[in-house]
Write a protein that binds this ligand. Structure first.
Ligand SMILES: *[C@@H]1O[C@H](CO)[C@@H](O)[C@H](O)[C@H]1NC(C)=O
Ligand SMILES: *[C@@H]1O[C@H](CO)[C@@H](O)[C@H](O)[C@H]1NC(C)=O
Ligand SMILES: *[C@@H]1O[C@H](CO)[C@@H](O)[C@H](O)[C@H]1NC(C)=O
Length: 351
C-alpha cells in the first residue's frame, strides 16, 4: 500500500488530467444533448398548456373598423330631432391609449355613497348623458349570488366607465334565492324580461360580476353580430382559451336574443350554458364577433372556483333539440323582491 501511494507521482497526476481533458468534449456533448432534450420538453409542455395556443386563429374587428360595426338605437335619431340635442360623439372609440385601467379593490361604503351624487346616477342604477342623445340604450344584466365584495368593486368601476362612453344604461343585478344550484343562464333570461318592462332597450349586455373591462374604447354597445366582449382575460394571460368561448361578457341585440329564444333554462350549476348559447346563435345563422385583443382586455376579480356541474355535457348534447322549446318562451319564475337601489336595479328571484 505504502509503495503504491508513493508511486503516484506528479507524472501520474498529469496523465490523469490529460485523460480527463481528452474526455471533456464527449462529456460536454452529452450535457448539451441533455439540455436540448429538456428544453424541447419544456417548450412542448408549455405549448400544450398555454391558454393562448389558439390565439392566432381567431378573427377580430380592427380598432379602426369598430365604428362601422356598431348598431345604434332605433330611438336615438328621432329623440335627437324632437329634443334638439345632437347625437353623442364617437370620440371614446379613439381612446386607445396603451395604459390599462385597473379597478380599485378596496371599496368603502363611503365610496359607494358618494358615487350616485358625484355621477348623478338615478335610482335603480340608471343614467344617460344630459347634453347629447346617446346612440345606445343598453341594459347590463348581471347574474348574482354571494359576491358582495366583487359587486362593490364592479359598481364603483362600471358607472364611471359607462358614463365616459356616453351610454344610456341601466345595471340590473339578478339575484337567485338560495335553495337550488346557481342557474346563470336562467337569471340572464329573467334580466332580459325584467329590463324590457322598464325601458325598450335595444341592446343587452350579459355580464359576470367578476369581470372588469380595462380599455376605455371597449364600448358597451351592440355590434351587427353578437359580440364576445371579454376575449382577452388577464387570468389567461390576455389570450383566448378556445375559439368557441362565448361567456363572461357578451353583447347581443334584442332582436337577436329574441330570435335565438334566449338562453336555455336547464343549466343548473357551473358551466355549459355559454356554449349552448353560442350553438343557438350559430343555429339561427348568426355568428359571433370580437374586438381586437388590444381592446377586449379584462381583469378577472379573484374568487374561489366553482365546481363544474356534472350534467353540463349531457345538457349540452341534448341542447340542440330544445332551442325552440326551452328559453325565454318557456321562462317561469317568481320575483321575491324588486327594488331600485341607488346604484342598481335589484331583482331577487326564485327560479
Ligand atoms: C379617430 O381619430 C382619427 C384621427 O384623428 C379620425 O380620422 C377618426 O375619424 C376618429 N374616429 C372616430 C371614431 O372618432
Ligand atoms: C383599505 O382601506 C382601508 C381604509 O381606508 C385601509 O385601512 C386598508 O389598509 C386598505 N387596504 C388595502 C389593501 O389597501
Ligand atoms: C325588498 O328589499 C328591500 C331592500 O333590501 C327591503 O327594504 C324590503 O322590505 C324588501 N321587500 C320585500 C317585500 O321583501
Amino acid at each position: 500500500m505504502v509503495l503504491k501511494e508513493r508511486n503516484f507521482t506528479e507524472q501520474d497526476c498529469h496523465l490523469y488530467i490529460i485523460s480527463l481533458v481528452s474526455k471533456m468534449p464527449n462529456l460536454f456533448c452529452q450535457m448539451v444533448k441533455k439540455m436540448i432534450l429538456i428544453l424541447l420538453t419544456v417548450i412542448i409542455i408549455t405549448y400544450c398548456i398555454h391558454p393562448g395556443r389558439f390565439a392566432h386563429y381567431y378573427t377580430f374587428i380592427k380598432e379602426e373598423d369598430m365604428v362601422h360595426e356598431l348598431e345604434e338605437s332605433p330611438l336615438a335619431q328621432k329623440l335627437s330631432e324632437t329634443s334638439g340635442l345632437p347625437l353623442c360623439p364617437w370620440h371614446i372609440l379613439n381612446e386607445s391609449s396603451y395604459s390599462l385601467l385597473y379597478p380599485k379593490k378596496n371599496v368603502t361604503q363611503c365610496d359607494l355613497n358618494e358615487l350616485s351624487v358625484k355621477l348623478d346616477i338615478k335610482l335603480g342604477g340608471t343614467w344617460k348623458p344630459s347634453n347629447c342623445v346617446s346612440r345606445f340604450d343598453v341594459a347590463i344584466v348581471v347574474p348574482y349570488r354571494n359576491r358582495q365584495t366583487q359587486l362593490e368593486i364592479f359598481l364603483l368601476y362600471m358607472h364611471s366607465f359607462l358614463q365616459k362612453q356616453m351610454i344610456n344604461y341601466r345595471i340590473l343585478i339578478i339575484e337567485q334565492v338560495e335553495k337550488k344550484d346557481f342557474n346563470r343562464a336562467k337569471l340572464l333570461n329573467i334580466g332580459y324580461i325584467e329590463a324590457l318592462k322598464l325601458f325598450p332597450y335595444h341592446c343587452f349586455i350579459f355580464h359576470d360580476v367578476d369581470l372588469i373591462p380595462q380599455k376605455q374604447n371597449n364600448i358597451y354597445a351592440c355590434t351587427h353580430q353578437p359580440r364576445h366582449m371579454s376575449s382577452s382575460l388577464n387570468t389567461f394571460r390576455y389570450n383566448l382559451p378556445y375559439r368557441g368561448l362565448f361567456g363572461g361578457a357578451v353583447a347581443i341585440l334584442k332582436s337577436q336574443f329574441e330570435l335565438v329564444n334566449g338562453f336555455s333554462n336547464m343549466f343548473f350549476g357551473w358551466g355549459g350554458e355559454d356554449d349552448d348559447f353560442q350553438s343557438r346563435i350559430n343555429h339561427k345563422g348568426l355568428s359571433i364577433c370580437r374586438f381586437s385583443p388590444r381592446v377586449s382586455r379584462y381583469v378577472m376579480l379573484t374568487h374561489s372556483k366553482e365546481l363544474p356541474s356534472e350534467t353540463r355535457f349531457s345538457n349540452l348534447l341534448a341542447g340542440k333539440n330544445r332551442y325552440d322549446v326551452d328559453g325565454i318562451n318557456t321562462l317561469v319564475y317568481t320575483v321575491r323582491n324588486s327594488t331600485f337601489k341607488p346604484l342598481y336595479t335589484w331583482i331577487l328571484v326564485d327560479i
